[in-house]
Ligand binder design. Structure first.
Ligand code: NAD
Ligand code: MG
Length: 299
């Protein structure tokens, strides 16, 4: 034990709360601040070292979960950060803006619904105007609603999942591309569901497979322009998405138990990957998908 403390070694099994978690449900889109236990987005732990100094990032779904972990890390690495989220998530978003500012960087909150094409164009316009340009685009926002049967998925719900997870990244990327100079990066959040879909995530899993194809195809278009496109593929991560319909309510206490690391991952455990993919250190990685799935998945 003494030896472990001195060397900074952290046992990944013991690092974070393990199942069983308290049962809980929230209405969509949910708030990180209402989760029990609170997710770790790196608020107290992430230490930057200037790897993104002067960079300008737009992160969708930057209010909570994986997007918030990326936002905190990017700011502490020296980037200014604009975040998008739904109006109902304003309180989570304001916590993130305060954390970005505490890191000495500029933070911009741009609420709005990305299932709306006109808003996606406006989002990119506002973000680039506020940031004074754009060189990191993170398409991370997502919608996941579990359903036992395809017969229970309404056309409206299917449409909302497709719009959020596939159309919005298409619209946002098109609007952002004219602003991206060589050295810029695009990062998509995909999922283990792209490779090994659960029966209850029929529609969502298809969108995450589409996100992998987005990375593989777009990286081929943009390689010659010096713009890198990569993906992050998380396993079960403790975020609001999972407690507002992403999993059946009865599955929450055991969430992540099937992973080799025997627990859900925390958003903070993905921050380093988002930083690597955005930074100059990652300059030979494009068209790649990096995993953080506790021993599951096939990125
Ligand atoms: P989260 O709930 O913290 O983040 C998702 C965000 O998406 C929300 O905060 C919300 O701001 C945004 N969003 C949803 N619909 C929107 C809309 N119509 N307009 C604007 N914003 C909208 O959950 P998370 O788990 O951090 O999700 C982030 C990404 O990670 C998603 O793409 C999700 O598919 C992916 N992912 C999550 C897990 C997991 O286990 N949590 C696993 C694999 C992949
Ligand atoms: Mg949120």
């Amino acid at each position: 034990m003494e030896n472990q403390r001195n060397s900074g070694l952290e046992n990944p099994i013991e690092k974070y709360p393990k199942p069983p978690y308290p049962g809980q449900q929230q209405p969509f889109p949910g708030l990180a601040s209402k989760m029990d236990p609170l997710p770790d987005h790196g608020e107290k732990s992430y230490i930057g070292s200037g790897r993104l100094k002067g960079r300008k990032a737009l992160i969708t779904g930057g209010d909570s979960g994986i997007g918030r972990a990326a936002a905190i890390a990017y700011a502490r690495e020296g980037a200014d950060v604009a975040i998008n989220y739904l109006p109902a998530e304003e309180s989570d978003a304001q916590e993130v803006i305060a954390l970005i500012e505490a890191a000495g960087q500029k933070g911009y909150a741009i609420p709005g619904d990305i299932t709306d094409y006109a808003f996606c164009e406006k989002l990119v316009e506002e973000a680039t105007a506020s940031l004074g340009g754009l060189d990191i685009l993170v398409n991370n926002a997502g919608r996941q609603q579990a359903s036992e049967s395809i017969l229970d998925i309404t056309n409206e719900s299917f449409d909302a999942t497709m719009k959020t997870n596939i159309y919005a990244p298409f619209w946002i990327t098109k609007a952002a591309l004219p602003h991206l100079e060589p050295g810029s990066v695009i990062i998509a959040t995909t999922s283990v569901q792209a490779y090994d879909p659960a029966g209850i995530l029929f529609d969502y899993a298809q969108t995450k497979a589409a996100n992998v194809a987005y990375v593989k195809s777009l990286s081929k278009q943009l390689g010659a322009k010096g713009i890198r496109v990569n993906g992050v593929s998380p396993g079960p991560i403790w975020t609001p998405l999972q407690v507002c319909g992403g999993q059946p309510a009865e599955a929450i206490p055991e969430f992540g138990k099937m992973a080799e690391l025997e627990r859900a991952g925390q958003p903070a455990e993905l921050a380093g990957i988002f930083v690597l993919l955005a930074s100059n250190e990652g300059s030979y990685s494009t068209g790649q998908v990096f995993g953080a799935a506790g021993g599951m998945g096939h990125p």
